[in-house]
Design a protein around this ligand. Structure first.
Ligand SMILES: Nc1ncnc2c1ncn2[C@@H]1O[C@H](COP(=O)(O)OP(=O)(O)OP(=O)(O)O)[C@@H](O)[C@H]1O
Ligand SMILES: [Mg+2]
Length: 163
């Protein structure tokens, strides 16, 4: 399941992806930043939903249509950023994302690859790839400070039977 460059998990269903997100949310620490990359329908919002539930939130996370950032109150405030509609880096500057990135909440960014280089270096990159109708390959690239943390979270996930 693991490769050399990152850590990979095969998700077999939306529920499985939410469970992986939930495990991440349960263990997230103040100031963490998760950068999500992957095509339309890859499961970025699905994973974010799980993160919110893992933080103890009970709301439904959606890809917002008109706003680029949605906040949810939970154990840590979740700043859910979606850059799909973003046209330029200048716009990212205008969003003043730093206040969330360097705050004490958890920042989850969909379409983070649209603004590469604009985020803290020690962010956790999560790439979702469609491998079939209901399967997704989820590849994690943890910064050094999160490597051991991620190993623990994923080993927890592998003990769950909700797939
Ligand atoms: N294993 C899986 N994990 C996640 N989603 C899956 C999986 N299998 C099927 N799906 C379906 O794929 C879709 C994922 O939608 P989601 O909104 O999470 O994608 P997204 O990456 O956020 O897309 P967008 O870029 O449009 O915001 C859902 O319809 C979900 O039911
Ligand atoms: Mg989405």
């Amino acid at each position: 399941m693991d490769d050399d460059r990152g850590t990979t998990v095969e998700s077999r269903s939306p529920e499985h992806t939410r469970a992986i997100g939930k495990a991440l949310g349960m263990s997230a620490e103040p100031g963490d930043v998760f950068l999500l990359a992957g095509d339309l329908g890859a499961g970025k919002t699905c994973l974010t939903q799980g993160v919110l539930w893992g933080l103890g939130g009970d709301e439904y996370a959606r890809s917002p249509t008109f706003v680029l950032v949605t906040q949810y109150r939970a154990r840590l405030t979740l700043h859910h950023v979606d850059l799909y509609r973003l046209d330029s880096f200048t716009e990212v500057d205008g969003l003043e994302l730093d206040e969330y990135m360097y705050g004490d909440g958890l920042c989850v960014v969909e379409w983070a690859d649209k603004a590469e280089g604009m985020f803290p270096e020690d962010s956790l990159v999560i790439r979702l790839d469609v491998t079939g109708e209901s399967t997704r390959r989820i590849t994690f690239e943890p910064p050094p400070r999160m490597a051991e943390w991620l190993t623990n979270v994923l080993s927890e996930v592998r003990t769950w039977s909700c797939q």
